[in-house]
Design a protein around this ligand. Structure first.
Ligand code: SIN
Ligand code: MN
Length: 200
């Protein structure tokens, strides 16, 4: 386990051993059953290549009218609770007094990516965002606090956890591509990223 700091991002390499990664996947199964993955539309038109769902009081949602948090899944049911094994990672790494209100689950299949963006739909940016990588490797790109400028990239592997707080809280970031089937954690391949956020 080693911690790198790049542009304010705290990158905890190999934070979760394989047993903990497997325990997380087990805990996510009922979440995915209760709140199936969907492909959000984006304001400019089109759909994200990544499929997603959420756990917690709020789920992150997007459609033609914009990005926001929603209290229910697009099919109408409440979001499932955030599993305790996920909350434990937040507690461990942030030590903040509040619990995350959203655990966004992004699933990256073959040939998917996430464009550079800021996480800025939350009310209070003094709380960090915690991002957990599971499954295939993903090429994570870190930019600046405004669009443009030089960027730096690094491969995130299964078990890596990134804390985006302080100067990194509003830094542009994205995932250029994944190395499909580089990990055996998910039998069908792909990458799961969980992002934990205080929303209100
Ligand atoms: C995100 O910023 O929403 C996801 C980051 C990642 O997949 O590593
Ligand atoms: Mn993000």
């Amino acid at each position: 386990m080693v911690m790198l700091r790049q542009r304010g991002f705290e990158i905890h390499k190999s934070y979760l051993d394989v047993a903990r990664q497997r325990a997380l996947i087990e805990a996510l199964r009922p979440v995915l059953k209760a709140a199936p993955l969907f492909s959000p539309s984006v304001p400019g038109g089109g759909q994200m290549s990544v499929r997603m769902t959420s756990a917690g009081m709020f789920g992150w949602y997007s459609d033609a009218s914009g990005y926001r948090y929603a209290e229910v899944h697009p099919k109408g049911q409440a979001w499932p609770k955030i599993p305790d094994v996920v909350l434990a990672i937040w507690q461990d790494l942030t030590g903040v007094e509040r619990q995350p209100e959203c655990c966004l689950l992004n699933y990256y299949g073959e040939d998917t990516q996430m464009g550079l963006h800021q996480d800025k739909d939350e009310a209070d940016f003094s709380y960090p965002v915690v991002s957990i990588s599971l499954g295939d490797d993903g090429l994570f790109r870190m930019g600046n606090q405004s669009r443009g400028g030089k960027t730096e990239s690094l491969w995130l592997s299964s078990g890596d956890v990134v804390v985006m707080g302080g100067e990194a809280r509003l830094t542009y970031h994205g995932v250029d591509r994944i190395r499909f089937k580089s990990s055996r954690l998910l039998p069908k391949g792909g990458r799961i990223n969980l992002t934990l956020r205080v929303v209100t």
